[in-house]
Design a protein. Structure first.
Length: 316
């Protein structure tokens, strides 16, 4: 257990400073599906257990590394406009039309280089994709998981439509060939009409109904620094029967992204048993520090990918 905890802990680098598929979707208080390549979630505070809870254009980013598919996080200090822990990889972010506007499609370009500024040419597949890009609003009410296209010479491109004005955080998750898994982050300010801020509060019950499934989340611990198993339990919402026909989403039974309420901690967690089909899907990670965290689980059933969001309070 000590070795396992040490290994898990090494997969997480605490983020210091502001920090973590084709088609799209959003979930509201009843939950809607996502496509295979892209998931979006906009939510309002849950009113009942079964309700689904629902930089700048010049660019700055940071990196974090992880050696485990079970979970990783990272840490960046702000250095010359860039948030980074180690400088063995870097990302230059740019938006084709300058600052993105709410409701308008924004073309995002990411250029990945090594510490000397030379383009990184080769990347390894990570759950069927060369790069995972997570975008969240500053209040964590909006969540998007998209997959940029690799062109050449370290250049990735993707399009995203931000729903409202305000501050957003973007996390690019990738593996340079021969190197560790890394996450680079940037902040972006979106112009236009702003949406009302949503208060981030821990759910009183970790039960949601999404896309006809009742989903329960059980945590083995809510203490920071301890190995935490996250067990999702799926039942048919109408019949109460166990769900045993979950389908692979990007090569696994599901994927989980966890971000702290202050955007300083980012975890991307993969299942312990990638071939599971339900009724349980189990993930393992460590919450690095106490605080409020939002958890997005992404799963697929009947050809529809859906997002199950929860908010938890982690204790010291």
């Amino acid at each position: 257990m000590a070795k396992r905890k040490a290994a898990l802990y090494m997969t997480m680098i605490a983020l210091a400073g502001m920090l973590a598929g084709c088609g799209s979707n959003s979930t509201n208080t009843s939950g809607t599906s996502a496509s295979e390549h892209e998931g979006h979630e906009q939510s309002s505070p849950a009113a009942a257990p079964e309700a689904a809870e629902s930089g700048s254009h010049n660019g700055h980013g940071g990196d974090e590394k992880a050696g485990s598919n079970n979970g990783h996080g990272g840490g960046h200090g702000d250095m010359d406009g860039m948030e980074r822990e180690q400088a063995n990889a870097d990302v230059k972010w740019s938006f084709q039309s300058g600052e993105p506007a709410a409701g308008a499609e924004a073309a995002i370009e990411l250029n990945v280089t090594d510490a000397e500024g030379a383009p990184i040419e080769k990347f390894d597949l990570n759950h069927e994709k060369l790069m995972h890009l997570i975008a969240v609003s500053s209040d964590l009410n909006y969540f998007s998981h998209i997959h940029p296209n690799y062109e050449s010479g370290g250049k990735f491109t993707v399009k995203e439509t931000f729903p409202a004005a305000g501050a957003y955080k973007l996390f690019a998750d990738f593996i340079p060939t021969g190197a560790a898994q890394q996450t680079m982050s940037t902040k972006v300010e979106v112009t236009g009409q702003a949406a009302a801020k949503v208060e981030l509060k821990a759910d009183q019950e970790l039960v949601k109904t999404v896309e006809g499934q009742q989903v329960k989340l059980a945590l083995s611990t809510t203490k920071a620094g301890e190995e935490a198993k996250l067990t999702y339990i799926f039942e048919d919402a109408a019949t109460g029967e166990p769900v045993t026909d979950l389908e692979p989403y990007l090569g696994a039974v599901g994927h989980v992204v966890i971000i702290s309420g202050d955007l300083e901690k980012y975890l991307h967690v993969h299942p312990l048993d990638e071939a599971a089909k339900g009724p349980d899907a189990v993930f393992a990670t460590e919450f690095p520090e106490p605080g409020v965290y939002k958890i997005w689980g992404q799963f697929q059933r009947g050809g529809k990918t859906f997002i199950v969001p929860f908010v938890v309070n982690i204790q010291a």
